[in-house]
Design a protein around this ligand. Structure first.
Ligand code: PLP
Length: 395
């Protein structure tokens, strides 16, 4: 768990993404892989010091590891946070936050529009530990504040932009909440797309598996916040055991260096694709924060510096058209992740959400013709042409 370097704050975030996390790199341009689970110490005295320190870098890799620490320092720098901790996945990070900060008898307020794994954690695991959860519509002003039970609510969990319709939460409103700690899942925005901590939010979380690592080759999560809160979280995290692997931290750190250009490219392609889809006869609805038709477009412009590579749209032709569409793309690939080099499409109604009835799907915001898109790094014209072709094929 490394601290940020104040002296480097004068550069733009995209520059910091290239520069950050080099302090202990001994001049090597690329991050160094410390593929070791443990480090030798010189004496009993030194061993005692390491075993009782918070987040020692060279003791045992579940506690800390130089490769992981360099990645954590980079993310802390970009988030404007005092410290970060990496986990084995985004869910490893979320479960550590929820179970590390809440106890039996506590209450959590969470957003209804949220990643399915987070929803299931809150809905099925929390009750087993006597933690009560209230779900609210995160797009409604005052919804979080109204659900807070003074003295009881320990944590507020939000995600913005959120699954599945790119709904936004007002970060100023979240940061102003008095009482509970606040955590924002900022995965869709990335650390370069918005800065929740600058809005007063306590913790910001990413599935770095997605755009941060950016190449579909690392499973890793990361949480950032104040030194005090992160030290507390660290003391739970070493027992929780969902620590990141040094190899994944290496890939994620390498990914950060190119995040600026990738996010800019993916945002540009998503904007162009969203505008194209909005004008197409076979499409009933397009959700993208960069569109003027997005209900929270003004909020997006206020709090986001990139609109991101994710968009969702609905086909008028329903389930049949949805299935036909995702099987008709020649370039876009059918796969359930996001933020990588390849443009991906999914038809949730027939894949990730197939176990639900149509009514249950509708309750989670998934329509029969809903298509989720993660724009990649291909030529934008090729992507639009591919969608045009698949829309014709889907009738
Ligand atoms: C993927 C994802 C997660 C979970 O991350 P994993 O690395 O798959 O555990 C959490 N939140 C959001 C928004 C995600 O997209």
């Amino acid at each position: 768990m490394a601290e940020r370097n104040e002296a480097d704050r004068e550069f733009a975030p995209e520059t910091m993404a290239v520069l950050a996390g080099r302090e202990s790199n001994q001049g090597a341009l690329a991050p160094i892989l410390w593929a070791t689970t443990a480090f030798a110490y010189d004496s009993v005295e030194q061993g005692r010091g390491l075993a009782t320190a918070a987040a020692p870098e060279r003791f045992y890799s579940r506690y800390g590891n130089p490769t992981i620490n360099a990645f954590e320092a980079t993310i802390a720098e970009l988030e404007g946070a005092e410290a970060s901790r990496a986990f084995s996945s985004g869910m490893g990070a979320m479960s550590a936050v929820v179970l590390g900060l809440c106890s039996t008898g506590d209450h959590i307020v969470a957003q209804r529009q949220i990643y399915a794994g987070t929803q299931l954690l809150l809905q099925t695991v929390c009750p087993r530990f006597g933690i009560d959860v209230t779900f609210v519509d995160g797009t409604q002003p005052g919804a979080f504040a109204e659900a807070i039970r003074p003295g009881k609510t320990m944590l507020v969990v939000a995600e913005t932009p959120a699954n599945p319709y790119l709904d936004l939460v007002d970060l100023d409103e979240l940061g102003a909440l008095a009482g509970p700690m606040t955590v924002v899942d900022s995965t869709f925005a990335t650390p370069l797309g918005q800065q929740p901590i600058a809005h007063g939010v306590d913790l910001v979380l990413h599935s770095a598996t997605k755009a941060i690592a950016g190449h579909n080759d690392a499973s890793i999560g990361v949480v950032s916040g104040s030194q005090e809160l992160m030290t507390w979280l660290w003391s739970f995290a070493v027992l929780h055991g969902a620590n990141a692997s040094p190899a994944d931290a290496l890939n994620a750190h390498r990914g950060v260096r190119t995040l600026g250009v990738r996010l800019a490219r993916q945002s540009e392609t998503a904007q162009r694709l969203a505008e194209f889809l909005e004008g197409h006869d076979a499409v009933s609805r397009v959700a993208y924060p960069g569109l003027e038709s997005h209900l929270q477009h003004d909020l997006a412009q206020r709090q986001m510096s990139f609109m991101g590579g994710l968009l969702t749209f609905d086909l008028l032709g329903g389930r049949e058209a949805g299935e036909k569409f995702v099987e008709s793309t020649r370039l876009a690939i059918l796969a359930s992740t996001l933020g990588g080099p390849e443009t991906l499409v999914t038809h949730p109604a027939s894949t990730t959400h197939v176990g639900l009835t149509e009514e249950e799907q509708a309750a989670t915001g998934i329509g029969p013709g809903t298509i989720r898109v993660s724009c990649g790094l291909e030529d934008a014209g090729d992507v639009v042409a591919d969608f045009q072709g698949a829309l014709s094929a889907a009738g």
